[in-house]
Design a protein around this ligand. Structure first.
Ligand code: UDP
Length: 513
C-alpha cells in the first residue's frame, strides 16, 4: 500500500519535537516505532536546519520508512538569536532561553500544516504528538479538531520532578537545603544542589519560569502522555506521574535500536565491526575499530566508560582530579574528552588540561583510551568489556547503559539529570553518585574509591551489576512482540495509545493490532 492510500484508510499523525538533539532523536525513533507497529502516516515537522540534521542521521532504508519531514519556516534573528541558530547545540547558556521562547512562533505554520492535511485527506490528523516544551500546540490541535498527545523524552520520575519543580518552585518557600516536591510523598526529599542554577534562582518573573510555567501548564491539558521509559523499571515514577497528570500515560520505551534489545547483544563478545550507531551525524573522535580493539584487549566487565552526553563538559579542576583518580585506580578506561568549561567545547583539546604526560602514559600502558568529543556510545556500552559508565545521567544514556546491564556512576549536570540520578540510586539501586554539577570540588582519592567500588565483583559493585542486569531483562521483556499474551508492556502500551487516538472512528475493530 502506498503512503497516500494508507493515510486515506487509517490516518495521519503529526509530530513536533523541541529543537534540541536530545529531543529530535527520540522523536524520530518514536516515529519509526509508530510506522513499524501501525499503518499510520507520520509527518515530523521542524525547522529547516533541524530537519537537515535529522536527514543526516537517517540511512537510505529510513528514507523509505514512510516518515515525512515537513519544514516549518523559522528565522532565528527574529528572536534575538544568532543567524542560522535553530538548536540548543552551540548556544551559550544565556541565549538558550530565547530559543525556548521562540518555539511558539511555529504555531502558525503548524496550523497551516494541519489544515492542509485535513483538506487533502478529508479529515484532520488522528493526533498531534508534541514535545512537552511545545504546550502551545495543544490549543492548535484542539481548534483544528484533532487530539493532542504530549511526548516526554525523559523517564517518568524525572519528568514528574521536572514539571512539578518548575510549576511549584518549592525550594523558594523554604531556607532549608532539603525540601519535598508536590506529587512526591512527603518523605521524598530533594536537595538544593540537585537544582540547576536557572531553577535555583527562578522566582516566576524570570524568563525561564515564564517559559516553563506557561508551556508545562498547557501540556498538562493534553489528552494523554507518551513516555520513553518502561513501566516495570520505574513503578514509583509511573504511579506518581499518572496520579499527577490524571490522563493516560503510555510507557512505550525504550526507544533504542532493536539490536540493542536482543538477547545476544548484552555484553556478548564483540566481533562486530559494523557500528550500532552509524548515523549519528557526528564525526567520531576515534574510529569504531580503535575503540573495539581497545575494549577487546581487556577482560569482561573491566573497563570504565566516561562521557557527559552530547553537550556537556566539566570544569578544568574537576578534569584534573578525574584524570589523577582514573590513573591511580589502575582500572582500564575509555574517556570522551572535551575542552573544560570556559573554553570552546568544539575546539582543540590542549594537553595542559590533563596531568603532564597523562595521555602518553595511559595509552602506552593500554590503561586508557581518550576519544575527542564524540564516541560510538552504543557500541561501547554493548561491548562485553565495559563494566561501568561514568555518566551525566541524561535519560538516553541511562536507557542505553541499562539496556546492556551496565551500572552507572552518576555525575548529573543540568536539566532533569539530577532527578534521574536520584531515581536510579534510590529506586533502582544501579547507580552511585560521584558528584553534581560543574561547581563542585572533587578529589582524585574519591574518584579512585568510587571506581574501585563500582567495578568490584562482590560487595556494592556486584550488587549494582546484578540489579542492572535485572533492569536489562525488564527492558527486553517490555518490547517483546507476538500474540496478545506474549506482548511486552511497552508494545501493549503502544496498542492502547493507538486505540485511544483511533477513538470511535473504527467501530472498535483494529485489524492491524
Ligand atoms: N552520544 C554518543 N557519543 C558521545 C556522546 C553522546 O553517541 O560521545 C549519544 C548517546 O549515545 C546518547 C546521546 O548522545 O544517545 C546523549 O543523550 P542524553 O539524553 O544521554 O544526554 P544529552 O546529550 O541530551 O544531555
Amino acid at each position: 500500500m502506498d503512503s497516500q492510500s494508507q493515510s486515506q484508510s487509517h490516518g495521519h499523525i503529526v509530530m513536533l519535537p523541541f529543537m534540541a538533539h536530545g529531543h529530535l532523536i527520540p522523536f524520530l525513533a518514536l516515529a519509526h516505532r509508530i510506522r513499524r507497529q501501525t499503518p499510520f502516516v507520520v509527518t515530523l515537522a521542524n525547522t529547516p536546519l533541524n530537519l537537515q540534521y535529522l536527514r543526516s542521521t537517517m540511512s537510505p532504508s529510513d528514507a523509505d520508512s514512510g516518515i515525512r519531514l515537513y519544514e516549518l519556516p523559522f528565522c532565528s534573528t527574529d528572536h534575538g538569536l544568532p543567524p542560522n541558530t535553530e538548536n540548543t547545540e552551540n548556544l551559550p547558556p544565556n541565549q538558550i532561553v530565547a530559543l525556548f521562547h521562540s518555539g511558539a512562533s511555529l504555531a502558525a505554520p503548524v496550523e497551516r500544516l494541519i489544515s492542509d492535511i485535513t483538506t487533502e485527506e478529508g479529515r484532520p490528523p488522528l493526533c498531534v504528538i508534541s514535545d512537552v516544551f511545545f504546550g502551545w500546540s495543544v490549543d492548535v490541535a484542539r481548534r483544528l479538531g484533532t487530539k493532542s498527545i504530549a511526548f516526554t523524552t525523559g523517564g517518568a520520575y524525572g519528568t514528574l520532578a521536572c514539571i512539578s519543580l518548575w510549576l511549584h518552585l518549592p525550594h523558594r518557600s523554604t531556607d532549608a537545603e532539603e525540601f519535598s516536591v508536590p506529587g512526591f510523598p512527603e518523605r521524598y526529599r530533594f536537595h538544593r544542589s540537585q537544582l540547576h542554577r536557572f531553577i535555583r534562582e527562578a522566582d516566576t518573573t524570570d524568563e525561564w519560569s515564564k517559559f516553563f510555567q506557561v508551556q508545562i501548564k498547557l501540556s498538562l491539558t493534553s489528552d494523554g502522555w507518551l513516555c520513553n521509559s518502561v513501566e516495570e523499571i520505574e513503578p514509583l515514577g509511573f504511579d506518581l506521574l499518572k496520579k499527577y497528570l490524571k490522563v493516560p500515560v503510555w510507557a512505550i520505551g525504550p526507544l533504542l535500536p532493536s539490536h540493542m534489545l536482543q538477547k545476544s547483544s548484552p555484553n556478548s563478545p564483540n566481533s562486530r565491526s559494523k557500528s550500532l550507531q552509524k548515523h549519528t551525524g557526528k564525526a567520531l573522535g576515534a574510529s569504531l575499530e580503535k575503540c573495539q580493539d581497545f575494549l577487546n584487549s581487556h577482560s569482561p566487565i573491566s573497563v570504565l566508560y566516561i562521557s557527559f552526553g552530547s553537550q556537556n563538559t566539566i570544569s578544568a579542576s574537576q578534569m584534573m582530579q578525574l584524570a589523577i583518580g582514573l590513573e591511580s585506580s589502575g582500572k582500564p578506561f575509555l574517556w570522551v574528552i572535551r575542552p573544560p568549561l570556559g573554553f570552546d567545547i568544539k575546539g582543540e583539546f590542549r594537553p595542559e588540561w590533563l596531568p603532564p604526560g597523562f595521555e602518553d602514559r595511559v595509552t602506552g600502558s593500554k590503561q586508557g583510551l581518550l576519544v575527542r568529543n564524540w564516541a560510538p556510545q552504543l557500541d561501547i556500552l554493548s561491548h562485553s568489556s565495559t563494566g561501568a559508565f561514568v555518566s551525566h545521567c541524561g535519560w538516553n544514556s541511562i536507557m542505553e547503559s541499562l539496556s546492556q546491564g551496565v551500572p552507572i556512576v552518576g555525575w548529573p549536570m543540568a536539566a532533569e539529570q539530577a532527578y534521574n540520578a536520584k531515581m536510579i540510586v534510590e529506586e533502582m539501586g544501579v547507580c552511585v553518585e560521584l558528584t553534581r554539577g560543574v561547581e563542585s570540588r572533587i578529589e582524585a582519592k574519591e574518584v579512585k574509591r568510587v571506581i574501585e567500588m563500582v567495578l568490584e565483583e562482590e560487595g556494592k559493585g556486584g550488587e549494582m551489576k546484578k540489579r542492572a542486569n535485572a533492569v536489562m531483562g525488564q527492558m527486553r521483556e517490555a518490547v517483546k512482540e507476538g500474540s496478545d499474551d506474549e506482548k511486552g508492556s511497552s508494545v501493549k502500551a503502544m496498542d492502547e495509545f493507538v486505540r485511544t487516538v483511533l477513538g470511535d472512528s473504527t467501530n472498535g475493530t483494529f485489524p492491524f493490532l
